[in-house]
Design a protein. Structure first.
Length: 419
């Protein structure tokens, strides 16, 4: 995006329309990447605070839930269940052996010459008694197993974390999406795993490292449009795969949108080096490609019918990264589309609030000023290219890299328009 394409260089610029100046100190004056991080942290805290106890339905919605194996989540409870069942089977086995010994004693000949019919009747009576005892033993084992499982169910609820009410209404759930709750396509990107901080921490770190610089290049308005478009694309990608595999597992996290930011950054600055563990330098293009392949592999397995659960929304990562690539490759600009949609909506007038009553007066550059600026930009480009020739691309500062990228994008744009 060229300098004059930015929001604050437009003729119809106003603080309300394109965002306030960077010199303010309030939340409304923050850069977009700061606002996104602040909102994600605030939602994370609300996820922790606003909760409710878990129910039987919540337990059954766990991935790969088996109603007869509550103990798969807790080894200690599983051992307790096995001990109770072993004790019950041991008691019934001992009773069965006693019955067999008693039957053998009763059936031994005592030297008397009774009637054959009386002996047959005794055997039949004893056989019925044994069958009754066998049924009683089986019923006892079954009751013992049910009591043990009921105890384990109660223990599971005791160990199971509480349910976040906010996440319950915001998470990316395929069934709820089909019911028309489309807001989940966006709101899920602001929820994170509240049982730990790493999920939120890494997403926000990536947004800080890469989103900060992208916002400087594209401007706040375009960066905002790009971020939410990447978030929407990643959510739709996850929903598509979830419906295809029919797993019905909800997802949360900003990873999809953040992956769009990372992919776009890697395409703009492919030779920039990232230090793994602060020791091993790797060009960002290879690092992003590696993680893309690692995300693509489980997605391909899911498409082929493999029944697996990794706990990671790989399809959302793939969707966000692909959107970043297409956005860069096609040279898209989203704000003209957003402005067109906004202009097509009916204007809402409010008597109590009026932002344009006393608009701030901004002096815009004249045509001569713009021509002088173009000439100075050409001189600046010559200086940067000479510096690259003498010292290499690594010697450029962040400001020089941004200027070089902006100028290159404008040249490509002019060529496309002229052709």
């Amino acid at each position: 995006m060229a300098f004059y394409d930015r929001g604050y260089m437009r003729d119809d610029w106003s603080p309300r329309r394109y965002g306030p100046a960077r010199s303010g100190r309030g939340f409304a004056d923050w850069e977009v990447w700061k606002k996104l991080i602040a909102i994600n942290i605030a939602v994370f805290l609300l996820q922790i605070i606003i909760t409710r106890p878990a129910t039987e339905d919540d337990l059954r919605r766990l991935p790969y839930f088996d109603p007869y194996m509550y103990t798969e989540y807790d080894e200690e409870l599983y051992s307790e269940y096995e001990r109770d069942l072993a004790d019950a089977e041991s008691d019934t086995k001992h009773e069965a052996e006693s019955d067999e010994d008693r039957l053998a004693t009763d059936s031994e000949p005592d030297g008397s010459q009774g009637e054959g019919s009386d002996t047959g009747a005794e055997h039949a009576k004893q056989s019925d008694k044994n069958e009754s005892e066998k049924s009683r033993r089986e019923r006892k084992i079954r009751e013992m197993r049910e009591r043990a499982q009921e105890q384990l169910r109660e223990n599971m609820f005791r160990y199971m974390p509480r349910v976040s009410i906010l996440q319950e209404y915001w998470e990316l759930d395929s069934e709820k999406i089909k019911q028309g709750q489309l807001w989940r396509l966006i709101t899920a990107g602001f929820c994170h795993d509240r049982t730990g901080v790493w999920h939120l921490l890494f997403n926000m770190l990536f947004l800080y490292w890469f989103g900060k610089r992208l916002e400087r290049v594209y401007g706040s308005a375009e960066f905002t449009a790009f971020y939410f478009a990447a978030l929407l694309t990643s959510s739709l990608s996850y929903i598509a795969l979830d419906l295809y595999t029919n797993k019905g597992i909800p997802a949360i996290g900003a990873s999809g949108a953040v992956w769009g930011v990372v992919a776009l950054y890697a395409l703009l600055y492919p030779y920039e080096r990232i230090y793994i563990y602060f020791l091993f330098p790797v060009e960002i293009r290879w690092l992003v490609l590696l993680y893309f392949i690692l995300d693509l592999h489980p997605v391909l397995l899911a498409l082929s019918g493999e029944n697996q659960f990794t706990g990671v929304a790989h399809a959302a990562h793939i969707g966000g990264a692909i959107f970043g690539f297409v956005y860069w490759n096609q040279g898209w600009q989203l704000m003209p589309v957003v402005n067109h949609l906004k202009s097509s909506l009916p204007t809402l007038h409010s008597a109590s609030r009026s932002y344009d009553a006393s608009p701030e007066v901004i002096k815009m550059p004249s045509k001569n000023d713009r021509a002088d600026s173009t000439n100075s930009s050409a001189d600046r480009m010559d200086e940067i290219l000479a510096k690259i020739t003498r010292q290499g691309r690594e010697s450029l500062t962040d400001e020089e890299l941004e200027f070089l990228e902006e100028t290159s994008r404008q040249i490509r744009k002019d060529r496309r328009e002229s052709s």
